[in-house]
Design a protein around this ligand. Sequence first.
Ligand SMILES: [Zn+2]
Length: 356
Amino acid sequence: MAVDLLDSKLLEKYSRLILVKDIGVNGLLKIKKLRVAVVGCGATGSHVVDMLARIGVGYIRVIDSDFVDVSNVYRMSLVNEDDVKKALPKAVACAERAQEVNSDVRVEPVIDRVEPENVLDLLSGVDLVFDGTDNITTRLIINEASVEKGFPWVFIGIEGWYANVMLIEPGKSACFSCLIPRPPLREQVNVCDILGVFPSVVSIASSIAVNIAIRHLLGLGDYAGKLYVVNGTDVSIETLDIVRRKDCPICVKHQYNYIMKPRERKWHVRVVCGTNAVEIVPPEDISLDLSQIAKVHKDKVEAQNPYLVKLKESSLKIVLLRNGKAIVDGTTDTSTAFKVYREVLSRAGIRMPYIM
Ligand SMILES: [Zn+2]
């Protein structure tokens, strides 16, 4: 009997979940074995992680390279103002809080950003991926990884009072590229709009995503390829069937635009879309001694935790991660940002392993 596999404490803990039609003890046992990844832990990602942890999804990988900012708190779940003061990475703050919510589950934070070079590794070994990102390019990268590796994923897009949600089952349903073949022009030229989102719409869209994902994984219905369109002004959800394109270069022809290319060994120094900040990513991870950097720059340290150190450098602020990635806030001049980065490391006696 399946019940024998659960002890009485677990039966009590999930008693109302087990009572739900189609879930039961067998459903709970399946949920506890599920492994999922959440790419991006902002508004939608944090709500998804919160729900998945509460219902006991066995393993949740939370991937995000950003840290909690004061403007994030109103729309996120699982984070608070103390996380802002500590400049905690979003992945760490959400994972720690979700782990406190439910000690049965394993929540692994990954402080990284999904790129063509790392997407296959970051999204390996999971049953399903949730999209918690805020741009089309990253979704197209996830989509190619999904087609290549065969895992389903759920697209969640939000703007203001409106949201779109779609479960994609590669090889069976329309893929994301069938729906949106390429990034909008503004993303191609690295100009993006800062979009507002209303938290209740975030909550509705995240709930639809978890709803269809769990039902799909438990074999309780066919949701792939249906686009759920949420309108928070007249409070409605419309469902559109998205048709798979017969000539889709991604899910039909497997002609990828992002993944499976030779890795370029170069520094990425780019303006973070819609902000006054520059992101610096080394060709490969550098192991930085953050305490040494903080010691040398002790008068400039604004925040320090095991994952990052935040320094004030004249009119700029620089956040350095353990793997050598950095955000320089206060400029959109990539040369200035990289110069400051090199100087900060150089003062701490860290030689740059690669020259730009
Ligand atoms: Zn397609």
